[in-house]
Design a protein around this ligand. Sequence first.
Ligand code: PEP
Length: 249
Amino acid sequence: MRQKIVAGNWKMNLDLVEGEELLTNILDQERGKDVVTIVAPPYIHLSSAKRMLSHTNIGLAAQNCHNQTSGAYTGEVSVKMLKSVGVEYVILGHSERREYFKEDSLAISFKVNHVIENGLRPIYCCGETLTERKDGQHFEIIEKQLTEGLFQLNEIELLNCIIAYEPVWAIGTGETASPEQAQEVHAFIRKTIASQYNAITANSVSILYGGSVKPSNAVELFNCPDIDGGLIGGAALQAESFATLTKSF
Ligand code: PEP
């Protein structure tokens, strides 16, 4: 079922006390109704965040996971562990993971499968670099990322995924895709899903835009017909901005 969603990716920011303070401030703010609000703090925050969120309607996401249940994978965290502390969503394929940790769509597809098997929901990120956009390759790149990372799923499984289109050139740069550019790619993603699955499935998946979304540009972006909300980095670290984004539909 297509939902309006605002998800905040805290990345590697805030210690535990600062994170609790941010959550307290978010909970104090008025948030949009009928909008699924999600926070994705670093692993170390997840248990305490879950306690703080347990009687609220804010969902909890992890920023990554491993593709195995347990074993000799020093430094890694499994989906089973995430589930045990109440995590409901996992961000996968973020461009920072693709670039700095050399994760490609095939490697990410194993994580996607594992998250789905465990009953959690992947937030699958895709998007082109600046060079790819300048070369006019963005549709091809996005189609490849979807095909290799997500299209191994059956229809029901795909409906449990959230897709985030995040042009790499717009992440953390202050440069946002125009509503027209974002809408064009979102419509393309739906068309690609429709040709692989069917139109109903394509129209039922929530597709978020990410890349320097802030209160001043969110309304224009979130009101495009194929944009169902945002995956937010910088603006998710300020309670008031984040809450404002949940009211920008
Ligand atoms: C992100 O990290 O997914 C993101 C979109 O960051 P920012 O909003 O800071 O560009």
